[in-house]
Design a protein. Structure first.
Length: 114
C-alpha cells in the first residue's frame, strides 16, 4: 500500500534501525520502546492485521515467528524470556494497519498487560 507507514519502511522511503532482514520479513527497533528491548517484526508483504490473514499466508506467518525467535536470540532475550504480541484493531491498540509483532524484553514484564 502506498500510504502504509511500514510499507514505506520496507521500501526504504523511511529509515529504520534494522535488526534483521530476510527475503520476506523485516525487524527493526520501535521508535517508542515500551521495554529496554522493543523490536517490531513485519512481513514485507502488506497484510493489514491478523484478521485479514489468508490461507496463503500460513507459511509467511511461521517465518515471521522464526525471525522473532532469531531477534530474541541475537538481542540476548532468549534465556530470560520475552513477550511477543500482535495488536489487532482499535480496541487492541493497533496503530499501524500492517501486521506486526512486538518483541519486548530486557526486564520483568507485568501481567495482565492492559
Amino acid at each position: 500500500m502506498d500510504d502504509c507507514l511500514f510499507c514505506k519502511i520496507v521500501k526504504g522511503d523511511i529509515p529504520s534501525n534494522k535488526v534483521l532482514e530476510t527475503e520476506d520479513a523485516l525487524a527493526f527497533h520501535d521508535i517508542r520502546p515500551q521495554a529496554p528491548v522493543h523490536v517490531l517484526v513485519i512481513p514485507k508483504k502488506h497484510i493489514a492485521s491478523a484478521l485479514t490473514l489468508e490461507e496463503d499466508d500460513v507459511e509467511l506467518v511461521g517465518r515471521l515467528h522464526l525471525v522473532a525467535k532469531q531477534v530474541a536470540k541475537d538481542l540476548g532475550l532468549d534465556e530470560q524470556g520475552y513477550r511477543m504480541v500482535t495488536n489487532i484493531g482499535w480496541y487492541g491498540q493497533q496503530t499501524v494497519p500492517h501486521l506486526h509483532y512486538h518483541v519486548l524484553g530486557g526486564r520483568q514484564l507485568s501481567w495482565p498487560p492492559g
